[in-house]
Design a protein around this ligand. Structure first.
Ligand code: ZN
Length: 347
């Protein structure tokens, strides 16, 4: 499928932009296993259903995901962890990682995901922080570590993540925060994102994802820094991760797929959180997680995403327009993405 043609700044764009943020993907492993192991203080973490948390995600699942986004033209952002769970570099692998499987994952991400989705690091490990000089793991996780950092220490950390992605041909356009990384030091974090992105990718116009809010319909993504032609946009997800619950239940039939899809958008296009935003004319930024799509092996979340993609196409047609996160950030910076055509009397 041909990539979306980027419209020039003077081109009038029709339809409400919609972008999907996908957090936590990594080659071969399910980083959520490490989160659950840490919070449950065990090497045998379980889901709420009692079943063991899957530690691995087969590369075939990435292929299935690539098919779904191509089929429905879904665009947005796809995180890739550069040093997943602290195991090793994405470019070199780690003990237990099949080198050809790792290369295959990286190739699918590059050739079949990247045409639809911007790539971002979700900083290095989304687990324990790393000493970037020795690549040894620190005692704190990245979220706790970030809370007492400055622009001077965050810049090389982010730059290291961007370089590791470049080594496998996955050049990032923005940065994703693991958990709420950087929230306590956000002015320093923003400065570090700008500096690292300029230093490594020669990019003065960039964006990041840290904040979510499911209340109201006011458009919350905005430019948070501007200097000459350079800008930094904060993209705010305005819908919760409804697919998360597919991890926690063994139910995986069509009823569950439909009911989870309904929370985003009902078949008739009238109800669900995405419909609330759409009918308010609010550009739609929503997010989910790799583990939510994988559903501990059942892949119910991916089926629900496919159903949401189908419903969006069928119910809204040209009224909605899938964009990547970078495309939306550019529209925001150009003053072209804002709440429009309020529809009174909608749901
Ligand atoms: Zn995450």
């Amino acid at each position: 499928m041909a990539a979306l043609q980027a419209a020039g700044p003077s081109t009038r764009r029709e339809g409400v932009p919609i972008t999907l943020i996908i957090d936590d993907p990594a080659p071969l492993v399910n980083v959520f296993w490490w989160h659950a192991a840490d919070s449950q203080k065990t090497d045998h973490p379980t889901q709420q259903s009692g079943e063991p948390v899957a530690r691995d995600v087969p590369t075939d699942f990435l292929e299935e995901f690539a098919e779904v986004i191509a089929r429905w033209g879904v665009r947005g952002k796809f995180s890739v962890l550069p040093y997943p769970a602290g195991l090793g570099k994405i470019s070199e692998g780690w003990p237990g990682a099949d080198p050809s499987d790792l290369r295959r994952w990286n190739r699918i991400a590059r050739e079949r995901v990247m045409p639809f989705m911007d790539i971002t690091p979700e900083i290095l490990t989304h687990a324990k922080a790393v000493d970037i000089d020795t690549l040894s793991l620190l005692a704190e996780n990245e979220r706790d570590w970030a809370s007492h950092q400055t622009a001077a220490t965050l810049t090389p950390y982010i730059a290291c993540a961007l370089r590791l992605l470049n080594e496998v041909g996955l050049e990032a356009t923005g940065v994703t925060s693991p958990w709420d990384f950087g929230r306590e030091v956000e002015p320093d974090y923003r400065a570090a994102i700008r500096r690292a992105m300029k230093e490594v990718n020669r990019r003065g116009q960039t964006w990041y994802f840290l904040h979510t809010s499911s209340r109201g319909t006011e458009f919350l993504s905005q430019v948070v820094h501007r200097e000459g032609d350079d800008w930094l946009v904060s993209l705010v997800s305005q819908a919760g991760d409804f697919l998360w619950r597919t991890m926690e239940t063994k139910e995986a039939g069509p009823e569950v797929v439909r009911s989870v899809a309904d929370l985003h958008l009902t078949e008739d296009g009238r109800n669900g959180r995405l419909a609330e935003l759409f009918h308010a004319g609010t550009p739609i930024v929503f997010h989910t997680h790799w583990q939510s799509l994988y559903s501990n092996g059942r892949r119910t979340g991916l089926k629900a995403l496919e159903e949401v993609g189908r419903r969006i196409a069928r119910a809204w047609g040209a009224g909605a327009r899938w964009v990547t996160c970078d495309e939306l950030a550019r529209e925001i910076a150009a003053g072209q993405a804002h709440q429009s055509n309020r529809v009174s009397g909608s749901v």
